[in-house]
Design a protein around this ligand. Structure first.
Ligand code: FES
Length: 102
């Protein structure tokens, strides 16, 4: 299955969940239970279809999916962004230049 997010398109591997695929490809996605209970991983679905082995306990709106436990049935287009990993967003507080004076 091809997964298209706001920032990239990737192929979901047969042995990984959508959550695992998003993590592998550098996306910023929340999670806690990884099993359909908490709803932390909820994402907006733009197009495509997913199924669940069992109805998840967490609330899922009609245009939302839980990537930890859904099974894509078609290619998906979802709202998810890559992790921001720049020095401005994740400053190294131990970097020497922060403490150096002129
Ligand atoms: S991580 Fe809890 S429902 Fe997905």
């Amino acid at each position: 299955m091809l997964i298209t997010t706001c920032d990239k398109t990737f192929t979901l591997q047969p042995d990984e969940t959508l959550l695992e695929g998003l993590e592998r490809t550098g996306h910023d996605v929340e999670y806690q239970c990884r099993n359909g209970y908490c709803g932390s991983c909820r994402l907006k679905l733009i197009s495509g279809q997913v199924s669940y082995n069992e109805p998840p306990l967490a609330y899922v709106g009609k245009d939302e999916i839980l990537p930890c436990c859904c099974h894509p049935q078609t290619d998906l287009d979802i709202v998810c962004h890559l992790r921001v990993n720049t020095p401005e967003h994740n400053p190294d507080i131990f970097a020497r230049d922060l403490f150096e004076t002129e």
